[in-house]
Design a protein around this ligand. Sequence first.
Ligand SMILES: Cc1cc2nc3c(=O)[nH]c(=O)nc-3n(C[C@H](O)[C@H](O)[C@H](O)COP(=O)(O)O)c2cc1C
Length: 328
Amino acid sequence: MIQLKSFKLQTPIYQSPMAGCTNIPFRLIARALGLELAFTEMISSEALVRENNKTRQLLKKIRGDHPLGAQLVGHDPDSMGRAAALVEAMGIDILDLNFGCPVRKITSSGAGSALLQKPDLAKKIFQSVMRHVKKIPVTVKMRTGFTDASGAEALRIAKIAEACGLAAVTVHGRTRAQGYTGKADWKVIGLIKRALKIPVFGNGDIFSPEDAQRMVELTGCDAIAIGRGALGNPWLYQQICDVLEGKKYALPTFEEKKEVVLRHVQLETQYEGEKNGVLQSRKIVSWYFKGCPHVAQFRSQLNRVTTKKELLKLIRHFNEEKSDEKCS
Ligand SMILES: Cc1cc2nc3c(=O)[nH]c(=O)nc-3n(C[C@H](O)[C@H](O)[C@H](O)COP(=O)(O)O)c2cc1C
């Protein structure tokens, strides 16, 4: 169990925020299969304080979607503080600050991973957020550096975060310059873990329960943030919990996989409407069936469906006569 102020995380995992991915349907599916703590995608503090309706929608909570974290991205201490107060008032359970986004549009304004090189501004942001938030824990998620891969930049920011009263730090073992290429450097996660007293979450390249076990052994991190590994594989959360408890884990059968995909598509169309839901589902469905036999032909059919009915039929009939074939 990990204690973050009054918030208790029972499982050593959370789902990393992912723009365009970690929406309500994704979170509901993940929770049904064992995820405890989910996050919304990153939210611009500037847009939130300007009362941007679309941004507020991203923070919408529904029954069963709990505990829920939100993540703010921004560079201005005042807006970050005011946005943090709004997030807390909306009933969010935990607030994360984005110090990792590599996208130029974000870094050119001085936000996301650009903050790794601005310790004075980072401190002002932390202090402002801590002044505005009353109860919920505040955490920060960062990359190892902007271009410097040694971990020195992340370490400096992590120490400032701890001194300002933040509850935990997540480290994605890549620099901004790396984007999503190469391998995540887990050594830097270990370096930061050893330097801090507050919990450290490790992140980067966890695609299997064995990866999670290796990360914990190598870094000593308190818990793990799962990113791309759970796209189309929501069974990963429970598998990791099992492995970390020394238990055997189960793989889903092809039929179980199909059932979950069908449910995911139903939710996606329910929450996004049929047109958008079907478009989004093309991407979601291909996550699930990646590596399955005959998937190339399936994907080309998938990219042509326009209605929910066609989509559900296509999924139901996928590999119908070959359901004993294994997906890799
Ligand atoms: C499509 C996509 C969207 C992402 N959006 C966010 C985001 O909104 N906030 C954030 O902190 N990280 C975001 N990330 C980074 C992930 O949360 C995670 O840190 C990164 O993918 C490394 O973990 P992984 O190797 O397990 O995927 C995003 C990554 C991807 C691929």
